[in-house]
Structures are given as structure tokens and as C-alpha cells.
Design a protein around this ligand. Structure first.
Ligand SMILES: [Zn+2]
Ligand SMILES: [Zn+2]
Ligand SMILES: [Zn+2]
Ligand SMILES: [Zn+2]
Length: 212
């Protein structure tokens, strides 16, 4: 089951409401990561396998009697321990909202993902017959600015955004919460974790950029 309760651009002004159910997003206690409590609830209820989510669930009410008592320092890593009476999400480990990916300062900046590895690969573009580079990030990069030029990214779908200045496409896999950053135009790339194809609907005709 795909993870639908988080936006792909965390800071965007139009991103107050959930893309799916149009309810207002909540924010995690740390890093101000937006998420939809309703869609999270649906996910917990119907997902057979929740192990794709790396999370810290905390409590705001130590008196809650729906389970064993939880202290204020409580942190459950299993999303199934979510209690709709007292739980808050402290943070999602796989979502980056505050930092632009910076290859030179990678270690200092993306602290919450320090165990994860990113890598580059080159791909023959299906559209322009030239090799283009792809950067594979093992997290959901929900930052709002282009990593190359700082322009504000444009959201093209719930898992696709792009910089029209540099022609850099960002696509995310909603099953694994990974991000592919494509330095050029191509119709597809692949999630390195689950091998699903991630299609892009941005292409170039002549000198114009066309959004299909
Ligand atoms: Zn929702
Ligand atoms: Zn509770
Ligand atoms: Zn850019
Ligand atoms: Zn995937």
C-alpha cells in the first residue's frame, strides 16, 4: 500500500491540505514534517506491512488508558502502536524537510539519515538520446528548493516535482519513500529499493518544455 499521507513539497503554501482527502495537514513535533492524520489512520488500518515506515510515535497524554502507560519520553518505532487518543508523530526518519541536499556537507546536514547511502548513476534518456545523471536518495526529499539553483520547485503530481530553470526532475517512490533526482528529461526511472518504474510526465519538444 503506498504511503499517501505526506506531501512531496513540505513548505509549499498550497500544501496546507492533504492531496487526497483535503483535510488539513498536521505537523510532526520535530522538523515540522507535514502529514495527514486521517490518511495515516487509513494506512495503519489497511496496510498489511508497515515496515516501510521508520517513525517515532510519542504521546501527549500520559494518563491515556487505552494501553500500558506511556511516559513523555516514550518513542515507539512501530506505527502500529499509534493510539488515536494520545499519539503524536515526533518525526519520520525517512523524510527530509529542512535541508537541501548538499553533497559536500552531507554528513553534517542530514543527521536523521546518517545511516543511509546515496549514489549517482547515468542513464540513457529515452527522449533525448543522451546520457543523463540520476541521483538516488534513500529518503523522501520533501524540500521545496532546487538543489542546484535554489529556485522553488513546482509540484507536478503527488510524487513528482521539478525545476524549470535547470530541468531537474524529482520523483519519489511512495512505497519506499525514496527520491530520484534526474538531471535531464526522461520518461522514467526506477526506484532502487522496490524496482518499480517511476514515470515522469515532463518532456521537451524543440526548445520548449511541455508538460504532458
Ligand atoms: Zn489525507
Ligand atoms: Zn493512548
Ligand atoms: Zn534548479
Ligand atoms: Zn520503491
Amino acid at each position: 500500500m503506498p504511503i499517501m499521507f505526506i506531501p512531496f513539497i513540505n513548505e509549499e503554501e498550497t500544501c496546507y491540505y492533504c492531496y487526497y482527502c483535503k483535510r488539513k495537514y498536521s505537523q510532526t513535533l520535530l522538523f515540522e514534517q507535514k502529514y495527514c492524520k486521517y490518511c495515516l489512520f487509513i494506512y495503519i488500518k489497511y496496510s498489511e506491512n508497515n515496515y516501510n515506515i521508520d517513525v517515532c510515535v510519542s504521546t501527549k497524554n500520559t494518563q491515556c488508558d487505552k494501553h500500558e502507560p506511556r511516559t513523555l519520553g516514550f518513542c515507539a518505532e512501530n506505527i502500529q502502536e499509534w493510539c488515536s487518543y494520545c499519539s503524536e508523530i515526533s518525526f519520520f526518519r525517512q523524510i527530509v524537510t529542512k535541508y537541501k541536499f548538499d553533497i559536500m556537507n552531507y554528513d553534517q546536514k542530514i543527521i536523521i539519515n546518517d545511516h543511509s547511502q546515496f549514489f549517482f548513476e547515468s542513464l540513457e534518456s529515452s527522449l533525448i538520446k543522451k546520457p543523463i545523471a540520476i541521483l538516488y536518495l534513500p529518503w523522501w526529499d520533501a524540500y521545496y528548493q532546487c538543489l542546484a539553483c535554489n529556485s522553488q520547485l513546482e509540484l507536478k503530481s503527488n510524487c513528482q516535482k521539478w525545476c524549470s530553470n535547470c530541468f531537474i526532475i524529482y520523483t519519489g517512490c511512495r512505497y519506499c519513500l525514496t527520491t530520484n533526482i534526474i538531471f535531464g528529461i526522461t520518461s522514467q526511472s526506477q526506484c532502487k529499493k522496490c524496482k518499480r518504474l517511476l514515470f515522469t510526465n515532463i518532456s521537451i519538444s524543440g526548445n520548449d518544455t511541455m508538460i504532458l
